[in-house]
Write a protein that binds this ligand. Structure first.
Ligand SMILES: [Ca+2]
Length: 153
């Protein structure tokens, strides 16, 4: 997955630097970086503390509709980004799935969109958090523009 992200980033930078250097970030790259920061810093325990005791603890796709505390926003430190910790650059909440039962795995989000990602078969991912943006079209089932565009190589 990391290789895919690096390849996409490299492709983006090559294409981008061939155009103009006047804009530091576009919507897409802001979302890429925001997701990267959130994946580094947010844990299932953090999410559980934010969504409250009445919220479901099942390992299902949640939306990032909780209030991030100032300390976390400061840690994420992307104040000039179009994307925020709640919403991607196109104004949509992210999708997130957390390892709440602490077994080091979450269901693969590729199989949770309706319809699932074409060709996706791997049922679980060996991670504690999977987080993605539905992309410019705001539709989680169109994986081509999602960020990341998939979780399994
Ligand atoms: Ca999409």
């Amino acid at each position: 997955m990391i290789v895919v992200i690096i390849a996409v980033l490299a492709w983006f930078f090559v294409g981008y630097t061939n155009e103009k250097r006047s804009i530091a970030y576009g919507p897409w790259i802001d979302t890429v970086f925001m997701i990267g920061r959130m994946r580094e810093l947010i844990t299932p325990e953090y999410v559980a503390s934010k969504i409250g005791p009445a919220s479901p603890r099942d390992e299902v796709l949640l939306r990032t509709d909780w209030q991030f505390d100032d300390a976390m926003i400061k840690k994420i430190d992307m104040r000039r980004s179009i994307a925020t910790p709640n919403k991607d650059s196109w104004g949509s909440l992210y999708y997130i799935i957390c390892d709440f039962n602490n077994d080091g795995k979450v269901p693969n989000p590729e199989l949770l969109s309706v319809p699932p990602k074409p060709g996706a078969t791997q049922r679980e991912l060996p991670v504690r958090i999977a987080l993605f943006s539905a992309g410019a079209d705001g539709d989680p089932a169109t994986w081509e523009d999602n960020q990341p565009p998939g979780f399994v190589r």
